[in-house]
Design a binder for this molecule. Structure first.
Ligand SMILES: Cc1ncc(COP(=O)(O)O)c(C=O)c1O
Length: 384
């Protein structure tokens, strides 16, 4: 693949590293290579850099730096919360939405081997967690609850504060995975009223391999990685200083960029979806509040994987189903939970915009999509 000539519309999978983020990281990959735990000059410089990054992350989500537990990314933060809470609490119900990313859904399922009971909150046809079902679920003794802030496939934004209010009333520990929401909508830990929240750097123009679990100061988690006692004993291991510095710089940039970026991407998505309607696509979660960069759609009778491969040949990078979760041809669990027929769900394609995309690129994409869909429909018609 020639990455240069390709147009990238897969920002929910990962984003390019911003030049300013890269510049901030480079010194820590060169001369300032110290271990942040060392007492000498090299170590002190690294420690200062980590602490500054911690402040930048904290500022973006409106918490104290001490509440930021730096980890290797969203997957680790989600595992730390679910497993770390479970090893502190007595087994009860673990209640998560039916549309969580696998790195929440799987650890939650694994708890059933330790006597926990798994319950999934249902979602509506538009992909929003059904609060009536949350009430029903939380009538059972619940230790852990988790609902993501924005879904990685549909982009649908969840009413996390409403779930958190119910979880707190039920005395459950409430977590949100805010990986896909960060940098796209304001994310305020206090306003969400959760006990813990997951963030990841590489979805906000930062590097891969850095993220954070934001915790309520009173939360007593047990670590899943123990050793030298880094990160207040919650995550041992020598800090990945360059990645952490990049994460901090990306958070700094995200705060300033959001107001300009969100409406610009919303206008591009509106143009895309106008074209999708003309092509008779089904758009999932279209009528729910969504992060402004994401559109998730399918064409009846056209396989999503095939469409993604054909669009790639035409020079456009989009994703089929949940790109970061599987290599199988199983239909998206999110779409099945929304009541979408398996056959249509197998056609799902995710288009996710980012800072460098332009309206012209969206127009070019629509032209390529229109041609590809006509061709594939023709083939299907011939085959039938
Ligand atoms: C909603 C959500 N949570 C968690 C993750 C995992 O984050 P990371 O790639 O940093 O491990 C992703 C990545 O695709 C995601 O979309």
């Amino acid at each position: 693949m020639n990455a240069v000539s390709h147009v990238y519309f897969d920002h929910n999978a990962t984003t390019p590293v911003d030049e300013r983020v890269l510049e901030a990281m480079l010194p820590y990959l060169r001369g300032q290579f110290g271990n942040a735990s060392s007492r000498h000059e090299f170590g002190t410089a690294a420690r200062k850099a980590v602490n500054r990054a911690r402040e930048q992350v904290a500022a973006l989500v409106n918490v104290q730096p001490v509440q930021v537990i730096l980890v290797s990314g969203g997957t680790e933060a989600n595992n730390l919360f679910v497993k770390g809470a479970a090893s502190y609490l007595k087994p009860a119900q673990v209640a998560v939405s039916a549309i969580e990313h696998p790195c929440v859904a799987m650890p939650a399922r694994e708890l059933t081997r330790q006597g926990w009971k798994l319950r999934k909150f249902a979602v509506t046809r538009e992909g929003q967690v059904d609060l009536a079902d949350v009430d029903l679920a939380l009538a059972q003794p619940t230790g852990i609850a988790s609902v993501m802030l924005a879904n990685n496939e549909t982009g649908v934004i969840q009413d996390v504060a409403a779930v958190a209010e119910r979880a707190r009333a039920a005395r459950a520990w409430m977590h949100t995975d805010a990986v896909q929401a960060l940098g796209k909508i304001p994310v305020d830990f206090g306003a969400l009223n959760v006990h813990a929240m997951t963030l990841s750097a590489h979805k906000i123009y930062g590097p891969k391999g850095a993220g954070a679990l934001i915790v309520d100061k009173r939360l007593e988690l047990r670590p899943i990685i123990s050793g030298g006692g880094h990160e207040q004993g919650l995550r041992s291991g020598t800090e990945n200083v360059p990645a952490i510095v990049g994460f901090g710089a990306a958070c700094d940039l995200a705060a300033g960029r959001m107001q300009e970026l969100a409406p610009r991407l919303a206008a591009m998505r509106a143009r895309l979806e106008q074209g999708l309607h003309e092509l008779r696509a089904v758009i999932f979660g279209e009528h729910a509040p969504r992060i402004s960069n994401t559109s998730y759609f399918a064409f009846k009778g056209i396989d999503g994987e095939t469409l993604v491969i054909e669009l790639d040949k035409a020079g456009f990078a989009v994703a089929a189903g949940a790109a970061c979760s599987s290599t199988s041809t199983e239909p998206s669990a999110t779409l099945i939970a929304m009541g979408v027929a398996a056959e249509l769900a197998r056609g799902a394609v995710r288009f996710s915009l980012g800072a460098a995309n332009t309206v012209e690129q969206v127009e070019q994409f629509l032209n390529a999509l229109s041609a590809t869909v006509s061709r594939l429909k023709g083939l299907t018609a011939v085959a039938v």
